[in-house]
Every structure is written in structure tokens, then in C-alpha cells.
Design a protein around this ligand. Structure first.
Ligand code: ME8
Length: 511
């Protein structure tokens, strides 16, 4: 049986259309899911939409549309975004679905039965934009004297009856878990932030609201709806079949990786494990918080309205270059300012020049000088052996990087090999060997074809369409493109399709 791998994106609020930030997280997860499939895992990749709460209720009211109709509409735009970005998810969850309401009610009952929930009253600050409660001490004062959440979101004073979760009682268990599982939170700098937050002391968490209706009713007390974050976080177990722990899908739980933006790490690394510990459910294995794409230094966000449309970027630059750029340009844990100029530079230099030209030069020499057939592997020089060894080391190197979500470093390993191969082709000059030593020319071209096969194979998760085309041109059978198959070379004499460029250079329109 294949080992399982369960990976999730956050479920996105349906308060506005998706933007490049949502595309980023989803593409990163898609790359990991594809990589794990390529590496022989039984993968379950989940994404979806977070549809309850005051923020969504307000967005629906502003649009003068009933909340369910509004969420149906916006949820579809997220699903469509996935399709346009080549996202191969296995499930798309919506928190307004019956399966989720049932799972949430059961989670609540377990928390309550185990004595972790009590009725009280909440008196304090709430930011609808963040769907989060804040202490007085956390607030900041704006230039105009208004109090704001530390995120810059407006806050309002809330006073209402509320159920509380005994988060304070979980502090030591959480700290023990972080201690015993050093990889539970990545990157390390974020892990330290979470640990100091928890060490600073945890207050009980308000987990129900009575001042609006758009949520999942609290079992046994329908005047309350569940706090949207308790509802939302539970999506990860709903999709794995909870509460039916005999469901086939339950084999995927605990999740291997929740990928989130750094804005919502606290919910995932503190509240979520606390709920699970309290309910006696296993904890996810790892949570990774990536950085933000900014525009002119400010976080891109639906609520702020300074967003970049992924569809427009795909139309201009192509899907694979966009997927590549997002993961190549900025280390995954860091913030980065989105720049079209940087995207075009990566596309032209690394895709069109480095990889595209290498493939085009090698394949057109084979087409012209080897009757369009894969040359046989000949005697290998030291140079040849070193080149191939570097290519063959790629799966192992990428496996290690991708298990730590260091996408940029993974891609740098591949480009190191591609750059070395460009020097190799210049040094060996197969176009000159054509006259002087045709047998050696064929050997060199075979080394290049083999090297390109490893490169294209490990890049499939990042750029599925272009790499499928390159593997077609290299004569690699579609069923032999998994990592375990790469040791089997393409048989000599295989007839290759006519080579065609994979990455056209991009020339920016004059504006
Ligand atoms: O927080 N840069 O939903 P949300 C990078 N529903 N990533 C960004 C980004 C940016 N500028 N803007 C958004 C929610 N993201 C909750 C989650 S999970 C149980 C519930 C990405 O629609 C990033 O992954 O506000 C961030 O964490 C997420 O979108 C927030 O999406």
C-alpha cells in the first residue's frame, strides 16, 4: 500500500473574488501534492471556501444578496480559479455543506462532553475583518485616534452571552507538543513566535456568538452560532470523513501539512491543536506559514482592495511561468512585493534562455543529425558522467527541500544543473563534432537528452503542461514519468516528435 499524504490550503473567505495571494498558497500546495504523487504517495489534497461568520454575512448584505446565494456565487469563483491555475485538488469543501455542519456539531459535542466548554459572557473587542477577538493591550491607535487591531483592522466593542473554550487549560500541553515535535511549525522563526505567544499565557476563547445568525448553530442552544474559526478549522477533519472514523478517507488523518499565510498561523498552531487535544483527536503533523505578496509594500487583500488578478496574469504570461515565478522569486516564508518586471525577467532568463534554449538546441540537433531518433548511450567521459550524476541527484535533493517547503532552494538545485548543462553543451560543441566525430556528437546529445529527462521530470509539479510537452519531445512514455521510473532510459532508436519551443520569450507591450 502506498503511504498517504494529506495536504490542505486554508479555506478562503467568500467575501470577495480570489487574488494572487490565494493563488499563491493554492499553487504551492498543488506543487507539493503533485510532487508526492510523483514520488509514489496516496495523496489527498484539499481546498475550499469558508462561508460563515459576520464578515461574509456583511459582504452578502452589502451586495444585497441572501447569504447562501452570495456564498454560492463567490465559492464558484474560487473553484474556477483552481481550474484556471491547473490545481489538481481531490476535494473542494464548503463550510455550508451538510457534511460539515454535522462534523462541527459532533466536534462541539465532544468538546462539551469532555468539559472544555462553559457558558459565560464576552465583553471585549472584535475585528470583523480578521474574525478575531483582541485584548485591549493588543490594540494600536490610528493617526485619527481610532483604536485598531494590530493588523490594522477596525474593531468594535462586543458584549454578548458566549460559550468559552478552556484554552487556558491547554497551555502546558501545547508547549509540550511544540517541544516534542520541532517540525510541527515552520519556518523556525514563526515557530519561535508561536511558542512565545503561548508562553505569555492563554485566555479562554469565546467560541460562540449571539448577535448574528450566519453560522452553524450550537447543539442544544440555538440562540448561539459557533465562532467562525472553530467552524472553519474543523473543515480539515470533515473532509477526511469525521465523525465517521471508519470512513475510507479517515486513513488520511492526521493531515501531513496545513499550508497557511502568516496572518492565520495563530489559529492553526494554537487554537486548532488545542481543540483537537481537547477532543481527543490526533494533531496534524506540520503547519507551514508562508509570507505575503505585497503591492507597494502593503499586504494584498480583498478587504483592502489592492489586489492582483491571477487570471489576468495567466492571460499575459502563461500559467506555467506564473506558477514558476511565484515559487522561485521569493523564499516561501518571506514577504515579497509583486513585480511584473521581475516576472518577465525570470521568464526570459530562466525559462526561455536557460531551460528553453537548452532543450531546443539539444532536440533540434537530434532531429537534424540523428534522423529524429534517440541516440544510443555511448562510452562516457568524466564530463558526461559528472553531468548525469548531477541530474540523477535531483530527486533526492528536491525531496529534502520540498519536505521543508523550501521551493526556491529546490528550484535553485534544478537551475544549477541546467546552467551546468549549458556550459557542457558549449564546451562539447556537438554542432562542431557533427563533421569531426559524429559518434561523439551522438554520445553528447544522448547525455543531454538523459539530463533533460531528469530535469523535466522533477519540474513536472511546478509546470505540468510545459514539462509534459518537453517529456513528449524527449520520447518519455506518459506512464514512465514518476520518480521511480526515471532509472529506465528511453530506448535507443525511439522516434521523437519534431521539437517545438516550450517557453517563448515575453516582450512587454510598450505602455
Ligand atoms: O483567513 N499574500 O481566509 P482568507 C500571500 N477563511 N497569501 C495571501 C495573501 C497575500 N497578500 N492574501 C491572502 C481566511 N493570502 C480564513 C482561513 S482556514 C481554516 C480559514 C492567502 O480568504 C494566505 O494563504 O482571508 C492567507 O492565509 C489566506 O489567503 C487568507 O485567506
Amino acid at each position: 500500500m502506498k503511504p498517504t499524504y494529506y495536504i490542505t490550503t486554508p479555506i478562503f473567505y467568500v467575501n470577495g473574488a480570489p487574488h494572487i495571494g490565494h493563488a499563491y498558497t493554492t499553487i504551492a500546495c498543488d506543487v507539493l501534492a503533485r510532487w508526492k504523487r510523483l514520488d509514489g504517495f496516496d495523496v489527498f489534497f484539499l481546498t475550499g471556501t469558508d462561508e460563515h461568520g459576520q464578515k461574509v454575512e456583511k459582504a452578502a448584505a452589502d451586495a444585497a444578496v441572501p447569504p447562501q446565494e452570495f456564498t454560492d456565487r463567490i465559492s464558484t469563483t474560487f473553484r474556477d480559479m483552481g481550474r484556471r491555475l491547473g490545481i489538481a485538488s481531490d476535494d473542494f469543501i464548503r463550510t455550508t455543506e451538510a457534511r460539515h455542519k454535522r462534523a462541527c456539531a459532533e466536534l462541539w459535542r465532544r468538546l462539551e462532553a469532555a468539559g472544555h466548554i462553559y457558558l459565560g459572557s464576552y465583553d471585549g473587542w472584535y475585528a470583523v475583518r480578521d474574525e478575531a477577538f483582541y485584548d485591549e493591550g493588543e490594540l494600536v491607535t490610528a493617526a485619527d485616534g481610532r483604536k485598531l487591531a494590530p493588523t490594522g483592522a477596525p474593531v468594535e466593542w462586543v458584549r454578548e452571552p458566549s460559550y468559552f473554550f478552556r484554552l487556558s487549560a491547554m497551555q502546558e500541553r501545547l508547549l509540550a507538543h511544540y517541544e516534542a515535535n520541532p517540525d510541527f511549525i515552520g519556518p523556525a522563526s514563526r515557530r519561535n513566535e508561536v511558542i512565545s505567544f503561548v508562553r505569555g499565557g492563554l485566555r479562554d476563547l469565546s467560541v460562540s456568538r449571539t448577535s448574528f445568525r450566519w453560522g452553524i448553530p450550537v447543539p442544544g442552544d440555538e440562540a448561539h452560532v459557533m465562532y467562525v474559526w472553530l467552524d472553519a478549522l474543523a473543515n480539515y477533519i470533515t473532509a477526511a470523513g469525521f465523525p465517521d472514523e471508519n470512513a475510507a478517507k479517515w486513513r488520511y488523518w492526521p493531515a501531513d501539512l496545513h499550508v497557511v499565510g502568516k496572518d492565520i498561523l495563530r489559529f492553526h498552531a494554537v487554537y486548532w491543536p488545542a481543540f483537537l487535544l481537547a477532543a481527543g483527536i490526533e494533531l496534524p503533523k506540520r503547519i507551514y506559514a508562508h509570507g505575503w505578496w505585497t503591492a507597494g509594500g502593503e499586504k494584498m487583500s480583498k478587504s483592502i482592495g489592492n489586489v492582483m488578478d491571477p487570471e489576468d496574469l495567466v492571460a499575459t504570461y502563461g500559467l506555467d511561468p506564473l506558477r514558476f515565478f511565484l515559487l522561485r522569486e521569493v523564499p516561501f516564508g518571506n514577504d515579497g512585493d509583486f513585480s511584473r518586471r521581475a516576472l518577465v525577467a525570470r521568464l526570459n532568463t530562466e525559462l526561455a534562455n536557460d531551460l528553453g534554449n537548452l532543450a531546443q538546441r539539444s532536440l533540434s540537433l537530434i532531429a537534424r543529425n540523428c534522423e529524429g531518433r534517440m541516440p544510443a548511450a555511448g562510452a562516457r567521459t568524466e564530463d558526461d558522467t559528472a553531468m548525469l550524476a548531477a541530474a540523477e541527484a535531483l530527486p533526492g535533493l528536491l525531496r529534502a527541500h520540498l519536505d521543508r517547503q523550501t521551493f526556491g532552494e529546490a528550484l535553485e538545485e534544478v537551475w544549477r544543473v541546467i546552467r551546468a548543462a549549458n556550459s557542457y553543451i558549449d564546451r562539447q560543441a556537438p554542432w562542431a563534432l557533427r563533421k569531426t566525430d559524429p559518434a561523439r556528437m551522438a554520445d553528447v546529445l544522448r547525455v543531454l537528452a538523459d539530463l533533460l529527462r531528469w530535469v523535466a521530470a522533477v519540474l513536472q509539479p511546478f509546470m505540468p503542461d510545459s514539462m509534459a510537452r518537453l517529456l513528449d519531445q524527449l520520447g518519455v512514455a506518459p506512464e514512465l514519468r514518476n520518480l521511480a521510473d526515471l532509472a529506465a532510459p528511453v530506448p535507443a532508436g525511439t522516434s521523437l516528435p519534431a521539437p517545438a519551443g516550450i517557453f517563448p520569450r515575453h516582450v512587454e507591450d510598450a505602455v
